[in-house]
Design a binder for this molecule. Structure first.
Ligand code: NDP
Length: 297
């Protein structure tokens, strides 16, 4: 039986780890230990006290942290993950991270005979709960093949997209597209509301025509028009993703005025709404500035 370790039981890490609880012998570590304790009580997984203990005796270690610097820091020190990893193990980083940092981590682990793939996910907490995430994997083909059966426990579309770092590059650029759509629909619907078109009528047309997107089809009807505003994916994390996307563009010498603008808007939104705000709450700023509420009457 595969011995699995999982670090990072946050908004998306927890529901992913729930699927892995049935796939092998699972141990969990979380910075805030009480979260790991409640997960262990619910699933029967083993809670360990340090990242090192998480790695010791395990074949596959999953990490799901905010960004690559946190993953690199997790490896460090006497109680760090790296100290416990045995040759032959593999680290699967589900974090939406930085391509260059992933290459650095992969080289560092390779010196210990440990493999690494970046495997960021898309599909939100709903997709994680349902086990239907899209997973984009960067790494050696043999490493991809090795971890694929575990990824299938929580993913529906699992694509090998290139060498280490390729998953992170694609994920960042993908999320930049979501950000573009959020700001675009926020502008569009507030302007239309002021012009006398209700948001519901506008979406009835947009979503049955070619201007639609995941944001207009799902996020706005479910979260904005209802006034529910659930917190499932922090705006601060989307801001981080768009920063990574900008660096990817810059590294390739691509001019990216769209992403540059969205990045500036996200920095402003983060400063105004704070670290815990959800990404869709950026639309609240459009509402405030326009003096309208995009709510079903
Ligand atoms: P959360 O902020 O909900 O959780 C972050 C997790 O990382 C928590 O377990 C937290 O521990 C841990 N953590 C934070 N800082 C550190 C640190 N310095 N050292 C060790 N552990 C740390 O984030 P999400 O779960 O939402 O996101 C995780 C990753 O997945 C991010 O890269 C995000 O961009 C990506 N993602 C998220 C999606 C979503 O819908 N939420 C969708 C797709 C990708 P603690 O409990 O102590 O705070």
């Amino acid at each position: 039986m595969t011995r699995i370790g999982f670090a990072g039981l946050g908004a998306i890490g927890r529901p992913i780890a729930m699927h892995l609880a049935g796939s092998g012998e699972l141990a969990v570590w979380n910075r805030t230990a009480s979260r790991a304790a409640s997960f262990a009580a619910e699933t029967g997984a083993q809670q360990v006290a340090t990242p090192r203990a998480l790695a010791e005796g395990r074949d596959v270690i999953f990490t799901c942290l905010p960004n690559s610097p946190e993953v690199e820091a997790l490896l460090d020190g006497a109680d760090g993950l790296e100290a416990g990893l045995a040759s032959g193990a593999i680290v699967v980083d589900l974090t939406s991270g930085i391509p260059e940092a992933s290459r650095r981590i992969a080289e560092r682990l390779a010196r210990r005979g440990v493999a690494f793939v970046d495997a960021p996910v898309s599909g939100g907490t709903k997709g994680a709960e349902a086990g239907t995430l899209t997973i984009m994997v960067g790494g050696a083909p043999a490493d991809f093949a090795r971890v694929r059966p575990l990824l299938e426990q929580f993913g529906r579309r699992i694509v090998h997209v290139g060498p280490v770092g390729a998953g992170h590059a694609l994920k960042a650029v993908h999320n930049a597209l979501i950000a573009v759509n959020i700001f675009a629909i926020g502008e569009a619907l507030t302007a239309l509301a002021k012009a006398g078109v209700t948001p519901r009528a506008a979406l009835d047309v947009i979503n049955n025509a070619n201007g639609r997107s995941f944001v207009s089809e799902q996020l706005v009807p479910e979260r904005v028009l209802t006034g529910a505003w659930p917190r499932t994916f922090r705006l601060a994390l989307l801001d981080k993703d768009v920063d990574i996307a900008r660096a990817v563009m810059e590294a390739q010498g691509i001019e990216a005025p769209m992403i540059g603008t969205v990045s500036r808007l996200l920095h402003e939104a983060r400063a105004e709404l704070g670290e815990e705000a959800d990404h869709v709450e950026a639309i609240k700023l459009h509402e405030r500035r326009a003096g309208v509420e995009l709510r079903d009457e």
